[in-house]
Write a protein that binds this ligand. Structure first.
Ligand SMILES: [Cu+2]
Length: 119
């Protein structure tokens, strides 16, 4: 019980031997801290394991905190480790991506990263 509590409090830092099913983000497009002069039209996030559809969310915001995605974040039908959302046309600037999913062990995994669109 104590181990589970610690795991919940430090999501993302769980000891793998106790929570082998605890998903972590392994890849994204755009990548974390990527700088690109071609504005992406969608954001993709991949995890190392399938994640559940419950509690799933993917939000992309500009520096003013305004949503720039089309609020359509969803898991791919054939690949439940792949989360994506389409974007409104992006102007140059820095963007933040926030994701939340439920891993197979039931824990909520959240994370955040940034990318940049240059002139
Ligand atoms: Cu966990």
């Amino acid at each position: 019980m104590k181990i589970i509590t610690v795991c919940v409090l430090t999501v993302g830092m769980c000891w793998s031997q106790w929570v082998s099913a605890h998903a972590i983000m392994v890849k994204s497009a755009p990548a974390k801290e990527e700088s690109t002069n071609v504005a992406p039209t969608q954001v993709d996030v991949w995890f190392d394991d399938n994640v559940g559809p419950k509690y799933t969310s993917l939000a992309i915001v500009n520096t003013k905190g305004e949503r720039v995605d089309n609020n359509d974040g969803a898991l791919e039908m054939m690949d439940k480790s792949h989360l994506s959302a389409t974007l409104k046309p992006l102007t140059p600037g820095r963007y933040g991506v926030r994701y939340r999913v439920q891993s197979a062990d039931g824990h909520i995994v959240t994370g955040k990263f940034f990318f940049e669109v240059t002139q």
